[in-house]
Design a protein around this ligand. Sequence first.
Ligand code: GLN
Length: 274
Amino acid sequence: MKLSQAQADGASLLRAAGIEGASRDADRILAAVLDMEPGRLRITEDRDLTADEAARFNKGIAARALHQPVAQIVGFRDFWAHRFKVTRDTLDPRPETEALVEAALARPWKTVLDLGTGTGAILISLLAARAGTTGIGTDISEKALEVARHNARRIGVNARFRQADWYQGISGSFDLIVSNPPYIAADEMAGLSSDVRDWEPRQALTDNADGLTAYRAIAAGAPAMLTPQGIVLTEIGPTQGRAVAALFADRGATTAVLPDLDGRDRVVLAEFGR
Ligand code: GLN
């Protein structure tokens, strides 16, 4: 089968399975099978797929038809300036999280702590963008930490990783604390798309409560873990700005809510400036 035919067949299979953005997803899967950089399909010669390519493509399309996220199928996600390995044990790094990276890179810092690091996308992006910096990533999931360590090694940054429940066992002080914690409330889980709800690690999505549990822990521990001019940047869900800012303000911080590229509230900045 020709590449163009595979592309068209894959897209129509996904469309029939009710996948939004079917042709974009078929393209991403085919591009990955063909090992194309930067992960975008470009057919220059409409050749036949090899048997191995066809088998991998069909397997990928079948998985996507079951709503598995493309990043899990192809095994990576391009985020900020690098490619990150993604597995079923890690949250798929989202474009809106780049708003947090951008905000962090607009400020001075040399040491960073990333709570709930997952793939390590935030921490590794920050360290790779600024020479002479170091950081620690924590996660409750050992399997996620294996992925983060792999990404840090491959991209080449000075990061250490530790299994921890938020700050547990972490010592030292940091100029910057970042986190994209589980912030989906228990009663919002049913409303998530199947791609997210049925495939991404539940403990990376929800606290099984009001969606604010992680921020309470992060805000409570922050003052003791920050250098005198240290700051916290946390991702939030678009309706959580006021509530999360209040949690940090209660601990003595000055706060601001920052938008993502779609103009939705996405990041809370907390400055403790002592
Ligand atoms: N942004 C993700 C979503 O809306 C949730 C990630 C998180 O809880 N940190 O699906």
